[in-house]
Design a protein around this ligand. Structure first.
Ligand SMILES: Cc1cc2nc3c(=O)[nH]c(=O)nc-3n(C[C@H](O)[C@H](O)[C@H](O)COP(=O)(O)O)c2cc1C
Length: 247
């Protein structure tokens, strides 16, 4: 065990923050750490938008299921996939011909780059004693968020991130048993149901305690509820309209 591993293992999402501000210098430190993340061919195909405008925050919070922490956290960031900059870089050179930007491969490159950078930012913030929560619900209204933030072609919002000093200690959420996610040489389908059943039992205990006995649902039930109806089916056409994930 070392400090870094202790820090990684202490993560819990924070949705309630103290008034203590995050300074400009701290934010710069967090973003510098984000920029040190590995990047596919060094394309750095992401951007992050720091939202300080209160009206924009309120509007995004409303679109994202009225999650109060979006307008109340000291810092709110929106992480975006960004191939626009690459198109500009490409066009700076003579006789460019066609740039193959909008492929599914490049969409994966951009989303992975953004996620790696964001997670570096999360760890950096947590190492400074702050807490974070990711906000995927900004994709409830992906097109509206995109317009609000003035995103150009070849970009897309991916998720938000609230950062600030924790005003709660909600308790760590258990994870799947390691053998469920770690395979050796070949994918192991044997035992998956047993692993899920184990995890269901762990999660039922956890949820029961966390909700004071009000709920006791297991993980598989949550996943079933999540997957029994499709969600955000407008994303595909939004991405295609932005020139992304097309071929
Ligand atoms: C991409 C992404 C999107 C998320 N979106 C939301 C969100 O909109 N609202 C929220 O409260 N938590 C959100 N979360 C947080 C997850 O619910 C949380 O990480 C998960 O339940 C595990 O809990 P833990 O982070 O406390 O360990 C998101 C997490 C990720 C990685």
């Amino acid at each position: 065990m070392n400090e870094t591993i202790r820090l990684l293992n202490s993560h819990q999402s924070i949705r309630n923050f103290t008034e203590q501000p995050v300074t400009q210098e701290q934010l710069q430190t967090i973003i510098s750490a984000a920029q040190r993340a590995s990047s596919s061919s060094n394309v750095q195909a992401y951007s992050v938008i720091h939202i300080t405008d209160e009206d924009k925050r309120k509007q995004i919070a409303e679109w994202a299921d009225n999650q109060a922490h979006i307008s109340k956290s000291p810092v709110f960031l929106v992480w975006c996939a960004d191939l626009y900059r690459l198109r500009e870089a490409y066009s700076m050179h003579e006789d460019p011909g066609q740039a193959y930007l909008g492929t599914t491969e490049n969409w994966i490159v951009a989303t992975v780059d953004a996620a790696l950078a964001a997670q570096n930012a999360a760890i950096a913030a947590e190492s400074l004693g702050m807490g974070i929560v990711y906000i995927g619900a900004i994709r409830n209204r992906i097109e509206a968020v995109s317009e609000l933030l003035g995103l150009p072609a070849y970009t897309s919002p991916l998720f938000g991130m609230c950062i600030g000093y924790p005003n709660q200690n909600p308790g760590q959420k258990p994870r799947l048993p390691q053998q469920a996610i770690l395979h050796h040489n070949t994918y192991q389908t044997d035992g998956v149901v047993e692993q899920i059943t184990d995890y269901d039992n762990t999660m039922m205990d956890y949820i029961m305690k966390r909700t004071g006995g009000k709920r006791s649902n297991g993980w598989s039930e949550d996943m079933r509820n999540k997957l029994k109806a499709p969600s955000r089916l407008d994303i595909k056409s939004y991405l295609n309209g932005q020139g992304l994930d097309k071929e």
